[in-house]
Design a binder for this molecule. Structure first.
Ligand code: NAP
Length: 465
């Protein structure tokens, strides 16, 4: 019987690992993303069943309590949290995962001494300390990221003299404590010191990071949480946890590298550059005029256009305008206008945000074109329709060395013959900086909620049909 249980557990682990890998592969393409999600869910279920059966659990009451409490918190979060709040929800999930790893590691450490002392090996202590260091700093760092994204904490970077020196000193002390505990596992008083220092470092690490760099940091924290879980796998001798944690760690790291490339930023710059600060020159910005237009004018221009490139951004998500955008797409396509969608890798508030929304509105995938591919089309394009995007179309990123977003690749909307920008006010976007595109001669502002404006333009087009 026990051989059967062992084999069953091994098979479920192999199945789960394969499903996790397939999930990552499928999730990387909008056309297969739903399948990827399902594969990940089934993989996780297989992992839980395999672990519960394979570890000869005799008492289930604590597991059931944990399951019920977790479900009571998680299910409402998944059902009622708006799509725009997914980044902060993700940060919260990382915080929970990292806290779990840190707690399991702590419990495991103290069990080496009570009730029956059995000293750990050096290798176990190395993995355990890495688990605690990564778990604690990810826990507090993710909570900070959550606070910033939820506007509970200031999104602007908090910087002060000697910040990096202090941060490195705290991290160095935490690592020193870890080394001492590895050499002398019996120095139990040092263990909470290491935990506390790592947790403090997590807070200090996120303080100087501004809003615009949050996507990269969330991906990085994802990677840390995964690595912490992987270390926990070594401590608990659970191979699936090692594999799943390593996949999480590697994919988080790859994602943060992709995001850094998309924003033309280096890792060190993201972590220590205090990006997102409002530039000093901004307060002194001179008064400039913008040209404001109506839905009727917009419809007339689009009607006579041959090509329209729609640039969705965070505002489209806030307004939930994707279905109205689909109506506009249908109206224009019916007239033979070539309509494409330009996707910036950090548009919105999470990787793939725009792809998800446009897929929900059933806009064909082949109409969604990535930034590098579509930028060459703007000079021949009649209308660039900016729907609630701001930072990702700010030309200052190309030429203004004093701008905090200088160097970030942008969508070249300003090169289109006519630009139409939909937003409610002249307020800045996430990076907190003014957008010179709105003052350009070829730009017409369509002020209002994105859903209402697009609906009016689509209605005008339908009526003129
Ligand atoms: P953005 O720069 O944040 O600008 C969004 C614009 O949408 C704002 O200017 C806002 O102007 C407008 N808006 C808001 N609600 C609206 C509504 N109901 N109707 C119409 N317009 C509305 O957005 P983005 O161009 O998509 O750039 C994304 C930014 O977020 C980047 O700085 C990126 O680094 C950062 N970020 C990205 C991620 C990610 O993973 N994608 C995660 C976190 C942060 P009004 O208020 O005047 O309407």
């Amino acid at each position: 019987m026990s051989a059967f249980i062992e084999n069953f557990s091994t098979v479920t682990y192999i199945l789960a690992a394969a499903l996790f890998i397939l999930a990552l592969k499928w999730l990387s393409n909008p056309a297969t993303a739903r399948r990827g999600n399902l594969a990940g869910e089934i993989g996780m279920l297989a992992a839980i069943i395999g672990t519960l059966i394979g570890h000869h659990v005799v008492r289930y009451e604590w597991i059931v309590i944990g399951l019920v409490v977790g479900a009571l918190i998680g299910a409402p979060m998944a059902i009622w949290m708006p799509m725009t709040a997914v980044p902060q929800r993700t940060a919260l999930s990382h915080a929970c995962g990292a806290l779990a790893a840190a707690l399991v590691g702590t419990a495991h450490y103290y069990l080496f001494f009570k009730p029956i002392p059995h000293p750990p090996t050096t290798a176990t202590m190395i993995f355990l300390c890495l688990e605690i260091l990564l778990g604690s700093l990810t826990f507090t760092g993710s909570l900070m990221a959550f606070g910033k994204l939820q506007d509970l904490l200031p999104t602007r970077p908090t910087v002060y003299r000697g910040q990096n020196v202090l941060n490195f000193a705290i991290l160095g002390l935490a690592v020193l404590c870890a080394v001492a505990v590895i050499i002398q596992p019996g120095w139990t008083w040092l263990f909470p010191c290491m935990l506390f220092l790592a947790a403090t470092f997590g807070v200090l690490l996120i303080l100087p990071i501004g809003g615009a760099d949050m996507p990269t940091v969330i991906a990085l924290l994802n990677s840390y949480a995964g690595l912490s879980a992987s270390m926990m796998g070594f401590v608990l001798d659970n191979r699936l946890l090692i594999i799943a944690g390593a996949l999480d760690g590697a994919s988080g790291l790859i994602l943060s590298i992709i995001m850094c490339k998309a924003m033309n930023r280096s890792f060190t710059n993201v972590l220590f550059g205090a990006f997102g600060q409002v530039s000093a020159s901004q307060g002194a910005a001179e008064k400039k005029n913008v040209r404001s237009g109506s839905a009727e004018e917009a419809a007339q221009i689009m009607e006579s256009a041959q090509s329209v490139i729609v640039i969705p951004g965070y505002g489209m998500a806030v307004a939930q305008a994707q279905h109205k955008v689909r109506e506009l797409y249908d109206q224009l396509s019916k007239r033979g206008v070539d309509v494409k969608f330009a996707i910036h890798p950090v548009a919105g508030r999470m990787p793939g945000h725009m792809n998800v929304l446009l897929a929900e509105a059933e806009i064909p995938y082949d109409r969604l074109i990535e930034m590098d591919e579509i930028n060459g089309d703007f000079p021949q394009c009649d209308v660039a329709l900016v729907v609630g995007a701001n930072d990702v179309v700010n030309p200052a990123a190309r030429h203004d060395r004093s701008s905090p977003i200088f160097g970030m690749p942008i969508l070249d909307a300003d090169k289109a013959r006519t630009v139409m920008a939909i937003k409610r006010t002249m307020n800045p976007g996430f990076a907190g900086i003014e957008n010179e595109l709105y003052f350009a001669e070829n730009c017409m502002m369509l002020f209002g909620d994105a859903k209402a404006v697009i609906a009016s333009v689509a209605r005008e087009l339908a009526e003129n049909n």
